[in-house]
Design a protein around this ligand. Structure first.
Ligand code: BGC
Length: 734
């Protein structure tokens, strides 16, 4: 007995010392107690040139519906790959491939799995352009946090989002993916979404790394066509396109994506100035830049590289650390280092950046995705509530003649149009793992809302396009028997998003004809318009009584829309992008420069003003704005200034109101826009109540401007602070 005890003790001591020995031998990079930088340096010291190069490549894995971007066969994936775009909707496949990276490679470096989680993962939210119309960054942050959790729990560590390209040409299909035409709005939503995705701890298992894209100027695509040239002066680069990226970087965005576009002769993916001098040297970003899909290889057709090798050299030395689906770095980077064309220091810096993000995500310590059921990770009641609220707040009431809406005393309703029963198109482009079956169609939403109150009939009338009018008669028949006609019109989901430019932003003629024929019946006509871009509505404006821009609202779909139609919800959305009078006005945006002859230079054939301005959006209640009250009328450069405005809800119901604060500097060394958004705030104002809105002005940031070198400056003189039609002058003295 005694002997057995001794043997046991000896064994215990031996195994303890083995464990201690093991811990002592644990390479520093595997030791979770060490700092990220220590772990990165240790790992770097162990890596060969080939291993380093492999970290800088991204292939794809899993199912993919995007015909443009096809996935790689699983067996072709080298386990030492740095990253994969992950198209599957659960962790299984990821874990299998990750296991090979962890166990079949010399150093066991985990793969980072990225994916386009743009407006939700499975719980699909409204498209980003619509989200911006909510002017509610807190809500957007919450939506991004839900998307992050669903994605991370499904095997995605990194989202290629937010897209913060200021966009002023609605023909460009990708306007759907960003936050509209204004630099400041894009900056605010950039920061909100980065916070939502990344949270406070990237390694929590519920957060993902964000990726600001497409750096930079992609929104300036000529004539709204995708992948083409962009003409951007240094001045415009800084005063229009940079701010969202600067704020996104400040918010901690782990990564950025270099853009497809040629920026005045130097493509975004070969641009040393933007990628290195500004991003890394000036802003101190220590994460990494991934190319856009094929954007390195595309330096060749863009005319700045003779072959893939030169493209790799240009992109890498400009500051693109990871190669998305170009097969340029894995094929050529090692060779370029050996030839001395790429320095080892630059290679090491790039690899460090990638590893840093992997360590911050906790991938070395928890490389695998825990197995969960769909129920355990998708569509939580709280997530659906956010989806509903965000859709509610992003819908914009464009027009409401004679208070047609909300509907009162209606017993028979004709619901007509190709969008009425669609679930698919309500999800928009880049729907990640969104499932059309989860979406409430406009018809279903109206049915839920009006159950027991009104009788609904349906006729599609026509398709989204084409010239088949055979369904018009049925539509007219049900309309004739109803008190009101609700027309559900708009764009198919695939009409916006990537590679989805249109020469006109009007709806196809057949949809306009349908409205015209139904209007002739003399019934009130309400248009529910679903699209991924602003529309040309001047003809429909004349023949409709009310128009609700519902965008692509995500899975909440018909419920919040019907709530607005019925008056259960008071609409509060305001446009994040101007609705031109007609396509010919494009580019048209509120913050244009001053004209040399403001009273001339108009179009001869159409109005020169938009149909619906930036920030336009009606409510069912009425707000009166009091006078602007500045804390002082004269300030010095270092002083602070605050301005208040009281807003009273004088109508019959409670409402959410957003106040937009603009600045105008009429005389400056560099000419400035007629109005620049500098602040916005949304508050609930109950009927009869007055709320005070306040803008705390930091003169350099809010009154100053930026020059072509990205330097802020502030000049003495008069400035106007503008809210709606109220304006106050403050003077800045030296
Ligand atoms: C798009 C990016 C996207 C990437 C990966 C590209 O075609 O331009 O926005 O993140 O594909 O799917």
């Amino acid at each position: 007995m005694k002997n057995r005890k001794i043997t046991f003790l000896l064994l215990l001591v031996a195994s303890c010392s083995l464990i201690a020995q093991g811990e002592k031998d644990l390479p520093a990079y595997k030791d979770a107690k060490r700092s990220v930088e220590e772990r990165v340096s240790d790992l770097m010291s162990r890596m060969t040139l080939e291993e380093k190069v492999m970290q800088l490549n991204q292939y794809t894995l899993g199912r993919n519906d995007n015909a443009n971007n096809m996935a790689d066969p699983v067996n072709d994936i080298p386990p030492a790959i740095g990253s994969l775009i992950y198209f599957s909707s659960n962790g299984d496949l990821r874990n299998r491939v990750q296991k090979r990276a962890m166990e079949e490679t010399r150093l066991g470096i985990p793969i980072i799995f990225g994916y386009d989680v743009i407006h939700g993962y499975r719980t699909t939210y409204p498209i980003s352009l619509a989200q911006a119309c909510s002017w509610n960054p807190q809500l957007v942050e919450q939506a991004c946090a839900v998307a992050a959790q669903e994605a991370r729990m499904s095997g995605v560590d990194w989202t290629f989002s937010p897209m913060i390209d200021v966009a002023r040409d609605a023909r460009w299909g990708r306007v759907a993916e960003g936050y509209g035409e204004d630099p400041y709005a894009n900056a605010v939503f950039a920061a909100a979404s980065v916070k939502g995705y990344q949270g406070t701890d990237l390694a929590s298992g519920k957060n993902v790394a964000a990726c600001l894209k497409h750096y930079i100027g992609y929104g300036a695509s000529e004539a709204g066509r995708d992948y083409v040239y962009t003409e951007i002066s240094g001045q415009t680069l800084w005063d229009t396109y940079m701010l969202p990226y600067e704020e996104g970087v400040k918010a901690g965005a782990a990564t950025l994506m270099s853009s497809f576009n040629d920026i005045s002769g130097t493509p975004g993916s070969a641009n040393h100035y933007t990628l290195t001098e500004v991003l890394k040297e000036r802003w101190g970003h220590d994460g990494f830049v991934v190319s856009d899909w094929g954007s390195i290889e595309q330096l060749r057709p863009q005319g700045v590289a003779k072959d893939k090798k030169e493209a790799a050299l240009k992109a890498f030395t400009a500051g693109v650390e990871m190669d998305m689906m170009n097969r340029s770095y894995d094929n050529h980077l090692g060779e370029l280092v050996k030839e001395g064309k790429v320095s080892e220091a630059l290679l090491n810096d790039a690899v460090k950046r990638v590893l840093r993000v992997k360590f911050r995500l906790g991938l070395f310590d928890n490389p695998y995705t825990p197995q969960t059921t769909e129920k355990e990770r998708f569509l939580f009641p709280q997530s659906l509530k956010i989806a509903e609220q965000l859709a509610e707040e992003s819908i914009v009431l464009l027009k409401n003649e004679n208070n047609t809406l909300p509907l009162k005393n209606v017993s028979k309703m004709a619901v007509v149009g190709p969008m009425a029963k669609s679930q698919w198109h309500l999800l928009g482009s880049w729907r990640a793992q969104g499932n059309a079956d989860d979406a409430v169609s406009l018809f279903a939403g109206l049915e839920n809302e009006f159950k027991g109150k009104a009788q609904l009939s349906f006729a599609a009338g026509c398709d989204f396009d084409g010239d088949d009018k055979s369904g018009f008669d049925e539509a007219k028949k049900i309309a004739a028997q109803s008190d009101v006609v609700i027309l559900c019109l708009g764009e198919k989901a695939q009409w916006s998003g990537e590679n989805a430019s249109r020469s006109t932003i009007a709806l196809p003629q057949i949809q306009e004809d349908l409205v015209e024929e139904l209007k002739a019946l003399g019934k009130p006509v309400i248009l529910l318009l679903s699209s991924g871009r602003p529309l040309e509505l001047n003809r429909l404006d004349k023949i409709s009584d009310a128009m609700l821009q519902v965008w692509q609202p995500g899975i909440a779909g018909g419920n919040p829309i019907a709530g607005i139609v019925a008056g259960r919800i008071n609409p509060s959305g305001k446009l994040s992008m101007t609705f031109p009078y007609s396509t010919g006005q494009i580019p048209i945006y509120y913050n244009h420069r001053q004209s040399a002859r403001p009273h001339q230079g108009k179009y001869q054939d159409i109005p020169s003003t938009p149909l619906y301005d930036f920030a336009h959006g009606l409510s069912y209640t009425t707000y009166t704005y009091g006078d602007l009250k500045p804390s002082t009328l004269t300030i010095k450069k270092g002083d602070k200034l605050s301005i208040e405005i009281p807003v009273t809800n004088v109508g019959g119901i409670d409402g959410l109101e957003t106040v937009h604060w603009f600045v105008f500097d009429p005389v400056s060394t560099i000419s400035r826009p007629v109005k620049e958004l500098k602040h916005f705030e949304k508050q609930m104002i109950k009927k009869g109540e007055t709320k005070v809105f306040k803008f705390d002005i930091d003169p350099l940031k809010d009154l100053g401007f930026i020059n072509a070198d990205g330097k802020r400056f502030l000049e003495s003189g008069d400035y106007y602070i503008i809210v709606k039609d109220k304006k106050v002058k403050v003077t800045l003295v030296d």
